[in-house]
Design a protein around this ligand. Structure first.
Ligand SMILES: *Cc1c(COP(=O)(O)O)cnc(C)c1O
Length: 290
C-alpha cells in the first residue's frame, strides 16, 4: 500500500465552517483511525512474527483493520471475542463479515484474559482498540500532516476536534501538535478517559481537553439524537460518518462552540469506521421506525 496524506475538505455544520480531515479516505481497505494506529505494524519489520493476537467485540473496527493488515503482511490473526450473538453468526455483516472473509481466526472465548495470555516468540499481542505505544508512530504522522497543512494555509489558530474511545488517538495528537485538541468520551465517561490519558502519558500538559456532556451516553447504545446528527450530516455534506463515535463528536463540538467564544479555525477528524454502520443502521431503523 502506498501511504498517502489524507485530504482536508471544507464543510458547513449548522452555519459553522469546518475543515474536515478525511482519514476515512486514506485507503480503500486500510483507512481511518485504526489504520493510523496499526501503521507501525504495516511498515515495520515484524521479525519472525507470523501471528498477531488481539481481542475486542465481534463488530469492532479494529477487527476489520487487523484483517486487512493480516492480508497485506501475510500474517495470521487470532481475534478473541467474549461473545458472538447467534443473530450475528447467522446474519454476518459489517466488520465481522469482512474480517472472516479476510481469513481472521475469530475465537469465541468468554474467559479470554489478555493479561494472562502467554505471548509466544512468533506472536504479537495488541491490546483492545490498539491502546498501545506503537500507535504513536502513525498518529505522529497524522499530526505532522495537520501541521504542514496549517502552515501551508497560513492557519495560526486552530482547534482540533475528534471523538475518543480509548483516547489513544487524541492523546498522541495533542502530544505532537501545537494546536489544542478537544475530544468527547464515547466509552466509559470522562473519568475513564482521563485514566486512559494518564496510562499513556503522565504529563498532563499533553492531555487533550475533554468536553463534558450533560447526559451520559453508553457506548453502542442507540440514541435518537445520534441518528439525527448522522442523517443531518449525510444530507448536508453528502459524507457518511460513523454511528458509534461521530454523533457524539459533532454534538460535543457544537456544545463547545455554543458555550465558548471561538475565533479559531476548526478541524474535525473523520476517523472512518463506516463499515460498522452496516450493523448499526438496521438497529437504528428497527428502533426508530425509519
Ligand atoms: C477506534 C475508533 C475511534 C476511537 O479511537 P481511540 O484512539 O480509541 O480514542 C474513533 N472513531 C472511529 C471510527 C474508530 O474506529
Amino acid at each position: 500500500m502506498n501511504y498517502i496524506n489524507s485530504p482536508i475538505e471544507k464543510i458547513k455544520f449548522r452555519n459553522t465552517d469546518i475543515y474536515l480531515k478525511r482519514d476515512d479516505l486514506l485507503d480503500k481497505h486500510f483507512s481511518g483511525n485504526k489504520a493510523r494506529k496499526f501503521y507501525y505494524y504495516l511498515i515495520n519489520d515484524l521479525k519472525n512474527i507470523d501471528k498477531i493476537i488481539s481481542f475486542g467485540s465481534a463488530q469492532a473496527n479494529s477487527l476489520y483493520s487487523l484483517s486487512v493488515l493480516g492480508k497485506i503482511r501475510n500474517t495470521n490473526i487470532d481475534f478473541y471475542v467474549n461473545h458472538i450473538s447467534s443473530y450475528l453468526k447467522e446474519n454476518a455483516c459489517g466488520n465481522y463479515k469482512a474480517a472472516l472473509e479476510n481469513g481472521v481466526n475469530i475465537i469465541e472465548d468468554e474467559n479470554f484474559d489478555f493479561e494472562k495470555y502467554k505471548v509466544k516468540k512468533n506472536e504479537i499481542l495488541i491490546e483492545e482498540g490498539a491502546r498501545v505505544k506503537e500507535a504513536e508512530f502513525g498518529i505522529k504522522i497524522l499530526a505532522h500532516e495537520i501541521s504542514s497543512w496549517a502552515e501551508e494555509n497560513k492557519i495560526k489558530n486552530l482547534k482540533i476536534f475528534l471523538p475518543s474511545g480509548t483516547g489513544t488517538t487524541a492523546l498522541f495528537l495533542q502530544k505532537h501538535l501545537e494546536f489544542e485538541v478537544l475530544t468527547a468520551a464515547c466509552v466509559g465517561g470522562s473519568e475513564y478517559l482521563k485514566k486512559q490519558f494518564s496510562h499513556l502519558e503522565s504529563n498532563e500538559k499533553f492531555h487533550p481537553k475533554i468536553i463534558e456532556m450533560p447526559k451520559k451516553y453508553h457506548f453502542g447504545k442507540l440514541y435518537k439524537e445520534f441518528y439525527e446528527v448522522y442523517e443531518e450530516l449525510l444530507e448536508t455534506t453528502k459524507i457518511e460518518f460513523d454511528l458509534l463515535y461521530d454523533p457524539l463528536g459533532f454534538l460535543s463540538m457544537q456544545k463547545y462552540l455554543n458555550e465558548n467564544e471561538n475565533s479559531d479555525e476548526i478541524l474535525y477528524i473523520h476517523q472512518g469506521g463506516i463499515l460498522g454502520n452496516e450493523s448499526m443502521k438496521p438497529r437504528y431503523e428497527r428502533k426508530f421506525n425509519k
